[in-house]
Design a protein. Structure first.
Lengths: 151, 441
């Protein structure tokens, strides 16, 4: 049975940052001032610049706030998966994706507090709809977006 | 030593008569042969018979780089293609290069003024000239080459780059004259020392440096490092290439401009009137004798001042221009190559649909010019994926290199980091200090 997949797509906010002192601190400061909570984040960097990716509890508000402050912001759809929290857990998920030709652009961990034996990973897929279909077919648990924002 | 003493030391009255005669012939020729000039003359209500002496030149219209651009590629030629024997191209303000062309007589003219140039620098036919100006579409390399052939000196067409080989030939061949950009001369000296070679021990007696601005303190440094004289050469491809003006080695006190062929006027950069003698203004040149691509009152964009007295060091009467003091526009010279910020803008526009905000930062690092193109990352070009951003950086770099022949560093920066001043974005930060600060030559 196919679930409505929109509830499974999580809005991630990406921000372009130069590799200058204080840039990261400024962004987090702005979010804090507007009562926005960062649930998870990842910073990918080159020698000149970085891309800060964040899961924020109110992504639309965060997008507006950052835009107003003249940051270059983008909203991207990602998916949060439950991965068994033992050796081989992640490998198992990646194997399934690989076998079904789903490409993972990047991924990062999500701090999890509720369950003991499950870890949450945020995935960016090149084809998110196909990915969700494959994951569901293999009974991999996808977290609902609103749970991700409010976890 | 003077190559053509009769002309180069001509009495000013006789020189003026020669220039007048040549101008009269020139205006007749361009009015007849170049449609663009016929139109321009008509707009100013002037016909060839209105021009009787060189002083009547102020009645004539100006020619600007945009006119060359608008008539790209061959619209301003005064002769049919069958008479053209050589075509060169240099930087244009946008996508198209500036095209210049020579008839056989023009090549002879070029050879003549370049022979004068080499001799003014102290060269004779016994000399070995190591020509490290770029050969190709750039007029620097071939200009020096033709001059050396005319003079009878032995020219080594080594072109630019390949520093190890430059130093080897300087040593093994015993080159006595070198021609290259002043920044390359400094760079080579540093490289030599790093290789354990003492550049003062070569047989060099003089270097002819130009294609970019350089100060008198740079001159002192080059002379010290190479233990040889350093003279300044000036030219521009629209007029002939190198060979417009040269310092005499005896004086190194102003560049002798060959006004029997290239008539100079110093014009108020914001207007059309000549400044008082000795004052600073924009150098405007008229090619009195060129056949293929004659230009009337061409606005060079170079800011100089001029002296008209006989040179006390060498006796030449050709007027002496100061070193170039600045530009009227935003043109940059990077390692001897003219670059207009608008050229880079044109490339960026082709890559991104919307006009990106960009900034050009020019620095001289270890004697070599480096140009960094900073591009603001706005929503349109921001990709969440690092590899796409890096690909974009590389793409911009490749496009600039392939279109302009310029190797640049590309840096993506945050929006609004590039200052907007008074609604007009500041496009260039030049951290080098290349123009003389004093008022004197």
């Amino acid at each position: 049975m196919r679930y409505i997949t929109n509830t499974m797509k999580v809005k991630q906010i990406s921000v372009f940052l130069e590799n200058r002192r204080g840039r990261l601190a400024e962004v987090t400061q702005v979010l804090g001032e507007h009562n926005l909570n960062i649930r998870a984040l990842s910073l990918a960097d080159t020698s000149d610049f970085g891309v800060l990716r964040m899961i924020i509890d109110y992504p639309d508000k965060a997008y507006m706030v950052l835009k107003e402050k003249h940051y270059t912001v983008r909203e991207t759809e990602v998916v949060a998966l439950e991965v068994a929290d033992h050796p081989g857990g992640l490998a198992g998920v990646l194997k399934i994706l690989n076998e079904n030709d789903i490409n993972v652009e990047y991924l990062y961990a999500f701090p999890e507090r509720e369950s003991v034996d499950k870890a949450i990973m945020v995935f960016r897929f090149d084809n998110v709809d196909k990915a969700i279909e494959v994951l569901q077919q293999h009974s991999i648990n996808i977290m609902e977006a609103r749970k991700v924002y409010n976890i | 030593m003077i190559w053509q003493e009769k002309i180069e030391c001509m009495e000013l009255a006789a020189l003026k008569e020669l220039q007048s005669e040549r101008l009269v012939n020139l205006v007749k020729r361009v009015y007849e042969k170049v449609p663009f000039y016929k139109v321009m003359f008509n707009l100013k209500n002037v016909v060839p018979s209105d021009i009787r002496t060189i002083d009547d030149i102020s009645k004539l219209p100006f020619t600007r780089k945009t006119d060359l651009r608008d008539n790209y590629p061959f619209g301003l030629f005064a002769v049919p293609m069958s008479e053209i024997v050589e075509i060169h191209a240099s930087s244009g303000t946008t996508g198209n290069p500036t095209v210049v062309a020579y008839t056989r007589n023009d090549i002879q003219l070029w050879s003549e003024v370049m022979a004068r140039t080499l001799v003014a620098a102290g060269a004779t036919k016994d000399d070995i000239v190591q020509n490290a100006y770029g050969y190709g579409l750039f007029t620097g390399g071939l200009g020096v080459h033709y001059g050396a052939l005319e003079l009878g000196a032995a020219v080594i067409p080594i072109s630019s780059g390949g520093t190890k080989r430059q130093l080897k030939l300087l040593g093994d061949f015993g080159s006595t004259v070198i021609t290259c950009t002043p920044s390359y001369a400094l760079f080579m000296a540093e490289e030599a020392l790093e290789m354990g070679i003492d550049p003062t021990k070569f047989k060099l007696k003089v270097g002819i440096y130009g294609a970019e601005p350089w100060t008198s303190s740079m001159r002192r440094e080059i002379e010290a490092r190479w233990n040889s004289k350093a003279v300044d050469i000036y030219g521009l491809s629209e007029i002939i290439g190198p060979g417009v003006a040269i310092e005499c080695v005896e004086g190194q006190d102003g560049l002798h401009l060959f006004s029997d062929h290239f008539y100079p006027e110093i014009i108020d950069p914001d207007g059309e009137k000549a400044v008082a003698p000795g004052e600073t203004g924009e150098l405007v040149l008229t090619t009195l004798t060129k056949e293929g691509l004659p230009l009337i009152r061409y606005r060079t964009g170079d800011i100089v001042s001029m002296r008209y007295d006989r040179c006390p060091h060498c006796g030449r009467t050709s007027p002496r221009m100061s070193k170039v003091k600045g530009r009227t526009d935003d043109m940059l010279i990077i390692r001897g190559v003219n670059v207009f910020p608008s050229q880079i803008e044109a490339v960026l526009l082709e890559i991104e649909e919307a006009k990106p905000h960009y900034l050009l930062v020019v620095e001289r690092v270890e004697s070599l010019d480096q140009l960094e193109v900073q591009v603001e990352v706005d929503e349109k070009i921001f990709s969440d994926e690092i590899k796409r951003l890096e690909t974009l950086e590389k793409k911009i770099q490749r496009e600039i290199e392939s279109t302009l022949g310029l190797v640049v560093k590309v840096k993506l920066v945050e929006p609004r980091t590039i200052e907007r001043s008074m609604g007009k974005a500041v496009r260039v930060i030049d951290k080098r200090d290349l123009y003389e600060k004093t008022k004197n030559v």
